[in-house]
Design a protein around this ligand. Sequence first.
Ligand code: SF4
Length: 312
Amino acid sequence: MWYCNTAPETQAKISKSIIHPFSVRGYEGLTINPYQGCQHRCGYCYATYEWSPEFYDKVYAKINSPDILEKELKSWKREYIDPVMISSATDAYQPAELKYGLTRKCIQVLQKYGVPYCVFTKSIIIERDLDLHSSYSDNCCIAWSITTCNEKVRRVIEPGTPPADRIFDVIKKFVDRGVRCVVNINPVVPLVTDSPEEIDTIVEKSQRANVQYAFAAVMRLRQDIWERIKTVLEILGVPDGVELYSQIFGFVEPISANYVPADRKYSKQVLEMIEQKMSNAGIAFEFPEMPSRQITRQLGDGVMKQTCLTDY
Ligand code: SF4
């Protein structure tokens, strides 16, 4: 169940593999997900597929993930490896990480093999690993998913996340330690988090935290996401919300089980506004460059030199 005050049950599970290819909006890459399910309870979450009905209520900890990761990297067939996204279908720093520590262990393995990575999170638990990430700052980045600085809205659309102010405090610590940080306004929820005033607040807080990069994307709809968003519109009392959504997304109910993007004109307008505001604040509207890297292979007592692909 999405909207619920109780913490999910956590359960250990054994996984067969951990590095998986993924593709989103034309971008292809690698990802690892040490957990399945997520306590953050975001109403717009894309990872709530029908094959994962307990997504918000049961968090599986893949307790062998650091070991399989080591095995998969040891036997990696290619010389180079693309940056790894942590994670594509869960928040790897959700509260279960305090109990299991799987994300920390996986990151130690990635670092051992010289693998570039980008952590996507909205959790302040990542502060525990500040030393770990900052010691690897040339080869990693942290993308902070910030959707709103409005507490009333946050409690409705993502009730399991920390307030944005607490996230910005942690972001500043990472920036101060030389870690590349991206404020990822993703997703922008039409009629809920897309006002110029809302964006101004995020830009101002990003600027105060000395964030160097920003990015944004408009929410896509899917049948199950739409059911939750209807509840959001109702709780927040958005006037004519359902009707306006059908115009922005151009659908008639029942909505498709596949993704429905927002109207191009709407998306262009919102994204250009965000880009403009970020640029005015001196923040680049892009992700930092993360080149593929040569895997550092363990050769007896010695370690092979690691080279960046773009060095050639
Ligand atoms: S943090 Fe990410 S994975 Fe977790 S519920 Fe929110 S959107 Fe889904």
